[in-house]
Design a protein around this ligand. Structure first.
Ligand code: PEP
Ligand code: MN
Length: 677
């Protein structure tokens, strides 16, 4: 008997060996196919051919009395693997891998589902792989940003439990690129130190998510407690370490192998088909060949316009880009507003995708492309459409597009170094919303406050004056870019706290200048608007940084900058994603010395003709003397400015900066009377 069984087992081993040989042979053919496809422009994945092959194989399996579900699953895996290899080869041809080992970050410890996803994703590639576990998502992504790991796999959604919110929130905050995705079938198993009967288990450990996914199984167990653990593999390790026969863990089959545990029961989840989707996150984006079916992910915030979300999604539709996911998350600092996360099928290297993205950015107030990457979830080939032929993307006008640009201006605009800011891109005026204040509409916005925040009392007094006399936004410098290093440099973050408190006390939004790229994120947490001063108009590192945050930016014109240079600087902010840019004319250097600068009011109608961004005038820094601030404020509004920014001080003679140009509260009251009339 034993001899017969041994014989049979040997025969089985031989068959298994032959299966491996056949797979190796198949892989060689796949490599050859990849070479051919790289030379042509044909698509890498031919879903119709895969479907035909599957039908043929299932027929053959039926004749051979093999279960067709099993055969379908098996060959889907084989086809998938082959497409991955081809993609890997194609990408490697384009961008030869850096020498050495690829270090990939994952969440948890060895054997966690994230670890398995990392191996599944990078396994088929010809690279030396080293995986590094992290306790939290943030630590892991910061390691990517710091270059400590080459990339990381981040779980983003589960077909049973839904979206993983913390992952999405980190992606919007951090500056990282998506370069891949992976789908992992999650198969929860019950693991114990020995093959003990279920009835003897008293405690089960696992990640809370896994416990939820197995709730039906767990509810049937009597006298058994469930305990949350940071990750599934960690729970398995604990069970191994403690060697207690009454304990078990819910984790993967691989965790059982790694920690030497026995599988007491498989398939514990309420839903049999349980998948987790991971994204591969890197510091820099990767570009993929056109033959590789890709997905593109982006984040945006809509403008406050009727039907804004519909218009944005409509743009994808007009360019025939298939939306595969739409998710919304609360927009930080803006209660009851949302950031939308969108995935669609398409590669950013393709012209229609680029066109759609350009149109989308003009419809949004914040816009960030996370990246294009090879798609792992494939859509079945689309049904041929019936009915009238779709319109060409080019001729389909956007729903609310109003052509307000004349032919001669349009011609002029074509030569300009800015595209997103241009009226050619967006006909209507852009409105920037700050709390309940709208900048860019018909009602002029008054920004007022001291040149610099000097003390809690000083800024609080100013806040009350601004509020009492009908101003809209409180200004106050905390980081002062002074011409002389011996002048007052501002109170820094202490000043910002005072400004924020004063704004809050009277219910006004605040604006303050930021002068260093590394301060942007922190200042943006407190200040409703970020100001870029005249001296920093061409500080491109700073412009890029404010372009990445979701906060309105007021961009002052440099004192020796042409209008085109100023608008090109605004473009630097827009291309990074932040569409909430407000221009500010504050006077330029001329031969005239009677005023501190020469207020170039013609810049107002000129800029308004060329770009769709709102424009504010600062007569205080232009005049340098308070007496001319009132008439020039009126002139600014007459010229078409969307508002003014005025310096005021409780006692201008004692001001630590720009006293001579600051209005007393009484004079500010008089100005407000004149402007509101
Ligand atoms: C300011 O508004 O505080 C300021 C420094 O102005 P500018 O950058 O226009 O000189
Ligand atoms: Mn000033």
């Amino acid at each position: 008997m034993a001899g017969e069984l041994g014989d049979l087992r040997r025969k089985l081993d031989e068959v298994d060996d032959r299966i491996i040989e056949a797979l190796a042979q198949r892989q060689e053919f796949v490599n050859e196919v990849a070479e051919r496809k790289a030379a042509s422009a044909g698509a890498l994945r031919d879903m119709l051919r895969e479907q035909d092959s599957l039908t043929r194989l299932v027929g053959k399996a039926r004749d051979a009395k093999i279960d067709s579900y099993f055969v379908t699953q098996l060959f889907r895996e084989i086809f998938d693997h082959s497409v991955r290899r081809q993609q890997g080869q194609l990408t490697a041809r384009q961008q030869p891998a850096a020498e050495g080992t690829l270090v990939v970050g994952y969440h948890g410890i060895e054997g966690s589902y994230s670890h398995l996803a990392a191996i599944k994703h990078f396994g088929p590639r010809d690279v030396e792989l080293a995986c590094r576990g992290f306790n939290g998502f943030r630590d892991m992504l910061e390691a990517v940003q710091a270059g400590d790991v080459g990339c990381a796999v981040l779980p983003i959604e589960n077909t049973t439990a839904g979206t993983i919110n913390s992952a999405y929130d980190l992606l919007s905050k951090m500056n990282l690129a998506l370069i891949g995705e992976e789908i992992l079938r999650v198969e929860h198993c019950l693991l114990a130190v020995e093959q003990v009967p279920l009835g003897r288990i008293r405690r089960i450990y696992s990640h809370p998510e896994a416990l939820t996914q197995c709730s039906e199984f767990l509810s049937r167990l009597e006298h058994c407690r469930q305990e949350s653990f940071v990750d599934t593999a960690g729970a398995a390790r604990k069970v191994r370490d403690e060697q207690d026969l009454a304990q078990a863990a819910i984790a993967s089959e691989d965790a059982a192998r790694i920690y030497g545990l026995h599988i007491i029961k498989r398939d514990l989840a309420n839903q049999r088909e349980n998948y987790t989707r991971f994204v591969v996150v890197a510091k820099e984006p990767v570009s993929y060949a056109a033959q590789i079916p890709c997905k593109t992910s982006l984040i945006f915030a809509t403008r406050h316009e009727e039907g804004a979300l519909l218009a944005c999604l409509g743009i994808l539709g007009t360019h025939h880009l298939n939306l595969t996911k739409l998710e919304s998350r609360p927009r930080p600092n803006n209660p009851w507003e949302y950031l939308f996360y969108v995935d669609f099928e398409g590669n950013i290297g393709q012209e229609p995708v680029q066109k759609a993205l350009r149109e989308l950015s003009a419809r949004t107030s914040f816009f960030k492309v996370l990246g294009s990457y090879p798609a792992r979830t494939t859509s079945r080939p689309a049904e041929p459409r019936s009915g009238p032929a779709p319109r060409e993307a080019d001729e389909a006008p956007l729903p609310e597009e109003r052509p307000v640009v004349s032919a001669s201006v349009r011609e002029l605009l074509e030569q300009k170094p800015y595209k997103l800011a241009s009226r050619a891109q967006r006909g209507e005026d852009t409105l920037v919303h700050v709390g309940s204040v709208t900048i860019g509409g018909t009602r002029p916005v008054i920004i007022a406050g001291p040149c610099a925040v000097e003390s809690p009392e000083q800024i609080m007094a100013c806040a009350h004056a601004v509020k009492d006399h009908g101003g809209d936004i409180l200004r106050g410098g905390c980081f002062k870019p002074r011409t002389s290093p011996y002048s007052f440099q501002g109170l820094g973050y202490d000043g910002l706290d005072m400004l924020a408190e004063a704004g809050q006390a009277v219910g006004l939004p605040i604006i303050t200048e930021v002068i260093h790229p590394s301060d942007v994120e922190r200042v943006a947490r407190k200040s409703d608007i970020l100001q870029i001063g005249a001296r920093n108009m061409q500080n491109y590192a700073l412009l890029k940084e404010v372009g990445r945050v979701d906060r309105p930016v007021l961009l002052k014109r440099g004192m020796v900058a042409t209008i085109d240079e100023w608008l090109a600087a605004a473009e630097y902010i827009l291309v990074q994603g932040n569409q909430q840019v407000i221009l500010c004319e504050r006077g330029i250097r001329t031969f005239e010395t009677a005023t501190r600068n020469t207020l170039d009011l013609s810049a107002v109608p000129v800029a308004r003709e060329l770009v769709h961004l709102p424009i504010i005038v600062d007569p205080s820094h232009a005049c340098g003397t308070w007496r001319w601030v009132v008439p020039m404020s009126r002139a600014a509004l007459a010229a078409g400015a969307h508002g003014v920014m005025i310096e005021i001080h409780p006692d201008p003679d004692k001001a630590r900066s720009d006293g001579p140009q600051s209005l007393t509260f009484a004079r500010f009251e008089e100005l407000m009377g004149q402007l509101r009339r």
